[in-house]
Design a protein. Sequence first.
Length: 393
Amino acid sequence: MSHICPVYKPFPIQIDRARGIYIYSTDGKRYIDTFSGIGVLAFGHSDEDIKKAMIEKMERYMHISNFFLDEDAEIVAEKLIQKTGRDGKVFFTNSGAEANEAALKAVKKFRKGLIVSFERNFHGRTIAALSVTGFDGLRKPFEPLLSDVVFLPHNDVDSFKKLLNERGKEIAAVFLECVHGSGGLNVLDGELAKLIKEARREFGFLLVADEVQAGLGRTGKFFSYQHFDLQPDIVTVAKALGGGLPLGAVLFLEDVADVFGYSEHGSTFAPNPVALAGARIVLNKLTDEFIHRVAEKGRFMKERLLRMGSGILTVKGLGLMIGVEVNVNPEVLKQVALKNGLLLNVVSGNVVRFLPALNISFDQIEEMLELFERSLNEVYGRDHVEKVDSSKS
């Protein structure tokens, strides 16, 4: 009997070690990791530069609390703010959910009113973050949650216009995921992005960009909102930031920069010095040239996926944040892929979410997709035969 809460369904393998895009089990089998720790390992498993920086920090200390300032905290904060092209301040957290909790707390202090989110947005599972997460099934068991939250259909311009006409002056903040993570890798519509920009100028609400999964180069821009020429007031990041260790951050920009004063928010563990050491290296590696290559790899990967044909309904996403909607049983696909040495992550019912390491090579992309195509064909062929047989009977 396990003493671990049954909230996950782990793969039935025991990991021995992991390097780059590969995970090795204790029975000697090698697997390709298509989702790099759910987007955490931007430079793959056991990156030597990140590991070296962390070890050097651990040899000095592992935790010092916020009564002392680790030198990497200021370095990482400055780099994050620089990437926005604006001015602001950073509050460090341990996770994306904590970052979104802090963002919500800041909104509550800065401006009272409605908080607008969209269906299939995912902002976390803690109470406040869950309150703006657009999955009915996740929210229902824990209601009542925060009041004054309105959910609109994703990319529905007319619904947003209607809300603006009826309650525009009441809106305190709009939460955006420019590329859905758990919600199926849907990309923000350009027309809706334009409308949000115009409405923000008219009504003065805060714009919160959740970049927990889509940020830090993942979509071929440093932040995914930069694809849409948006200027958020608050940006949340996490996942890849700590180089494999828990670290998140909230970027409070321009007029919101000083929203928190002394003792108005805090964390015992964040920012952890060892995670900060990893973050310093991660941000150093995320050069403009490197991120440009991420965009190229994403286009290459999409084109390759679209050539597969059978078993694929749609391919969506940006950069190396790609969703493949399949018309086969996703759980069977996962099992067949596992047999073939490929680890797949399925979200939103039938969307295979690809979040490979950003430094994956073109040859490794081809290797990964060859295994995916083989697995897909096996399942699609089996399903097709079963359908034909059942129709004959």
